[in-house]
Each structure stands twice: as structure tokens, then as C-alpha cells.
Write a protein that binds this ligand. Structure first.
Ligand SMILES: [Zn+2]
Ligand SMILES: [Zn+2]
Length: 276
């Protein structure tokens, strides 16, 4: 499955696909700074206590270089000459952030949830900053995947950055079938119980599933207790496309029409979603 063949069948997704491609192209031109791996032994106790890696004060991962990459991405996008709303909003954001004493520090504090920071277009900043930060963190996420004992986590939030999942994925077959949750921010995927709702944490087999005509690889799992839903990729091999969240925006509309609530984290809560 390629992005182009997906868009042939889902032409209404093209504005978001184009935006995502524009941002990824700009991000590809940013130098990826080196992320130093933490000492996993220093982190072990926090891990067992459910503290996400980036929140651990024992295993410090320096996010500042990722903040610098995010500032560079913003600057690059703001320098584009096309007169569309996206460039205009990115310019306004870039201009505003330059008032901060250290832009990279501002971005890191914002991603860490500092509520005293109120940038224009916070949704856009979250999206762009995580796009750059995820590239910076990739070696850490890969090493963490190798070190982590999944059975000792099984929590609803991302073991790396602490976000709630954006989507889920079912992998393996029969008795070995597992459900992974997928972080839309840092890109980590982690194991979660198959029958448990990641939002209200009810584990009473009250998860129902809606399959979508013409979309054998995707379904909507929802909880009868809290009404939350999670889009689920039922397959393997097309993770970059089918776990990207934007590629299944139509499932969010179907879920919304059924009265279900999106409790999953989203990086696409900004203008093009509301005004395509
Ligand atoms: Zn994460
Ligand atoms: Zn629930």
C-alpha cells in the first residue's frame, strides 16, 4: 500500500496528505542532532513505577537539541513563499516564538505541558514540534524498544513521552495476537491488554468493534463504558501510512456520527481539520 494508491481511493484526504508531505519534506532538510541514550539501569525503578522515560529525573534525556530542530523546522516552513493559510500561521508562530529568550527551551517546555506558555496556534506548534522531536528521539525510541520488558508496563500512556495513544494495532495470529498502542507524538508502540479500554481502563470485555466497508485493514474499537473509541490497524507492514492518523480521518467522522468520543491524542487538531 502506497500513499498514492491510498489517496486514489480516499481523495478527500488529499489536503491533509499534502500538508503532512510538505512538513515532512521540510523536516527531511533539517540536520538530525545526536540524542544521547540514557543509562537504562538509572531508569529501571522509574520504569517499574510507571514513569515515562522523558519524565524520569533519574535517566535524563536532553530534549533541548530536539527543540532546536523544531525551531529550525518552523523557521524553514515560515520562509516559504506560497501565500497559503498554513505559511501565514507558521510565520505568525515563528515571529511570536522569537520573542522567547531561548526558542528551543520554550518549545521543550511547551511540549512538557507548561501551561504558562500560550503561543498562537498551539495545535500547529504541537504538531510541528513533535514532528521534529520524534526524528531527534528515534534512536532513543529504538533502543528503548529493545530494552523494555513490555509485560512490566501495560499502561495506557506512552512509556516514552507519556501521551495517550493516537491509534492501536493488532499484530500476530491466534493465541499470540497482541494489541499495541501507538503514540502519535514520539512514534513509540507498546503492548496493552486486548480487552481493556485505554481511556477508562475498564477491563470487562466491554470493547466493541466496528468494521468499515472497503477497509479490511482498519476498524474502530470502542468502549461501552466511557464511549471512547480508538482507531485500530488490523495488520502489519503499512505502519507509517496506516498509523499516521491523518490517513484514517474518515473513521473519525464515522465514529463521530455514531456518537462516540475521540479520547485519543491527536496532533491534527488545527485548522485544516476544521476547515478543509
Ligand atoms: Zn510517545
Ligand atoms: Zn472506556
Amino acid at each position: 500500500m502506497t500513499r498514492d494508491s491510498w489517496l486514489e481511493g480516499h481523495s478527500y484526504l488529499r489536503p491533509l496528505a499534502d500538508l503532512s508531505a510538505q512538513v515532512n519534506r521540510a523536516a527531511d532538510e533539517i540536520d538530525v542532532l545526536d540524542a544521547r541514550l540514557p543509562d537504562w539501569d538509572d531508569y529501571r525503578l522509574d520504569y517499574l513505577a510507571g514513569v515515562p522515560l522523558l519524565s524520569s529525573t533519574d535517566a535524563v534525556v536532553d530534549l533541548e537539541p530536539g527543540g532546536r530542530m523544531a525551531a529550525a523546522l518552523l523557521e524553514r516552513l515560515a520562509a516559504a513563499t506560497s501565500p497559503d493559510w498554513f505559511v501565514a500561521e507558521t510565520c505568525a508562530l515563528d515571529t511570536d516564538l522569537r520573542r522567547a529568550p531561548v526558542v528551543s527551551r520554550y518549545i521543550v517546555d511547551f511540549l512538557r505541558g507548561d501551561e504558562s506558555l500560550i503561543p498562537p496556534s498551539p495545535g500547529l506548534l504541537r504538531y510541528l514540534a513533535w514532528t521534529a522531536m520524534a526524528r531527534y528521539l528515534r534512536p532513543v525510541v529504538v533502543a528503548f524498544d529493545g530494552w523494555r520488558d513490555e509485560d512490566r508496563w501495560l499502561r495506557r500512556h506512552c512509556p516514552t513521552c507519556g501521551s495517550l495513544p493516537a491509534m492501536a494495532q493488532l499484530v500476530g495470529a491466534d493465541h499470540g495476537r497482541k494489541r499495541l498502542l501507538s503514540c502519535g507524538c514520539c512514534g513509540t508502540r507498546w503492548v496493552f491488554k486486548r480487552t481493556c479500554c485505554p481511556f477508562c481502563e475498564t477491563d470487562a470485555q466491554r470493547l466493541a468493534s466496528v468494521s468499515i466497508d472497503g477497509e479490511p485493514g482498519l476498524r474502530i474499537d470502542h468502549c461501552e463504558s466511557c464511549g471512547g473509541y480508538l482507531k485500530t490497524y488490523n495488520g502489519q507492514g503499512d505502519e507509517p501510512l496506516l498509523l499516521s492518523d491523518w490517513s484514517s480521518l474518515h473513521l473519525d467522522l464515522i465514529a463521530h456520527d455514531r456518537g462516540l468520543k475521540r479520547l485519543a491524542a491527536s496532533l491534527y487538531e488545527f485548522e485544516p481539520v476544521r476547515h478543509p
